[in-house]
Design a protein around this ligand. Structure first.
Ligand SMILES: NC(=O)c1ccc[n+]([C@@H]2O[C@H](COP(=O)([O-])OP(=O)(O)OC[C@H]3O[C@@H](n4cnc5c(N)ncnc54)[C@H](O)[C@@H]3O)[C@@H](O)[C@H]2O)c1
Length: 306
């Protein structure tokens, strides 16, 4: 695929899991600025990318973007609080997310920059799969309301000021650099951590809940492909296949040569999501994104290491 070359790019949340994988790829051929408040990110994630000499790390909140006098015309915006339980504990995080988004959108407007940002498949909570971008999202939780507002504000800036913005609804992303996320890391990664220690992976309910697991390298591809966006649009970033958590544990046992049974515990919430599954046709058609790494390959990549 075509990579972006010779550009000045900003990655917000670039010290986080997905952001740092993106920075690593972009830093080969571009000058990359990272703004991250290190809430769940870690500068360790940027070690490899920094070796290129092309990465400038700024520890700050994205709401302060204007004070840094950056000269970038392409923004990958992933720097938003990244997990639903964080908001349950502190609903005012939503104010932070909206303030950050408005300040980035003002930058986009003033600098005529293009933006590609992290939305979420949580928007489909309560919707029967497969999930299409065109649904009207039901009310679900604080985290999701923040991303719906990010999508709608982006569409507003496209409509009022001609901004070019792509909203990327990530499904269940797993891959390298998840250590700093700790208990918020993806289940694939958390199960590997547990099983490597000989511990039972913990599953809510009966393990029949299904997830569309997408490997982080595919997500990075999708973000880069979406940077040609004109106007505003929304794209699913998934594989179009889902696996139950029981199937995931079987795959991990096969790949690791273990025979560890999961530990089943009571569902913690009443609105637990039973299946996520992306309809991938729109992204395939409009930005030519199709995931290439299936769950078996992703697991073996993680087990072998980079
Ligand atoms: N991992 C997934 O499966 C998944 C699924 C759907 C959506 N997303 C979204 O993708 C984005 C990246 O997620 P991730 O999995 O890499 O999580 P992450 O927590 O590793 O990354 C988020 C990064 O943003 C930083 N950040 C948060 N708020 C910030 C702020 N106000 N100012 C500056 N930096 C801030 C954090 O410190 C962290 O480094 C997030 O917005 C997340 O909600 C992730």
């Amino acid at each position: 695929m075509e990579d972006i070359k010779g550009r000045k790019v900003l990655v917000t949340g670039g010290a986080g899991f997905i952001g740092s994988n993106l920075v690593e790829r972009l830093a080969k051929d571009n000058k990359v600025y990272v703004i991250d408040n290190l809430n769940t990110g870690s500068v360790k994630n940027l070690e490899a990318a920094k070796k290129t000499g092309n990465v400038t790390f700024i520890e700050d909140d994205i709401k302060n973007i204007a004070k840094h006098n950056l000269d970038v015309d392409l923004i990958f915006h992933l720097g938003m609080y990244s997990s639903s339980p964080m908001y349950k504990n502190n609903p005012n995080l939503l104010n932070e997310v909206v303030e950050g988004n408005i300040n980035i959108l003002e930058y986009v407007k003033q600098h005529k920059a293009t933006m590609v940002f992290a939305s979420t498949s949580s928007i489909y909570n309560g919707v029967t799969p497969p999930h299409k971008e065109s649904i009207v999202p039901p009310v679900s939780d604080y985290y999701t309301e923040g991303r719906i507002s990010a999508e709608r504000l982006s569409e507003l800036y496209a409509k009022l000021f001609g901004a070019n913005i792509a909203a990327m609804r990530f499904f269940s992303v797993y891959g390298w650099h998840e250590e700093a996320k700790k208990e918020y890391a993806n289940l694939v990664t958390q199960f590997i951590w547990a099983m490597k220690k000989g511990e039972q992976p913990v599953i809510y309910g009966d393990g029949l809940q299904r997830r569309d697991f997408v490997f982080v390298e595919d997500v990075v591809d999708a973000l880069i492909k979406a940077s040609v966006i004109k106007g505003f649009d929304i794209f699913n970033v998934g594989t179009g296949k889902s696996y139950s958590l029981n199937e995931l544990v079987d795959k991990l046992n096969n790949a690791m040569g273990t025979n560890i049974k999961p530990k089943y515990i009571k569902m913690p919430t009443s609105n637990y999501v039973m299946e996520t599954l992306a309809d991938t046709s729109k992204a395939e058609k409009l930005i030519k994104f199709k995931s290439r790494i299936d769950l078996d390959e992703g697991i073996s990549k993680l087990l072998v290491g980079k």
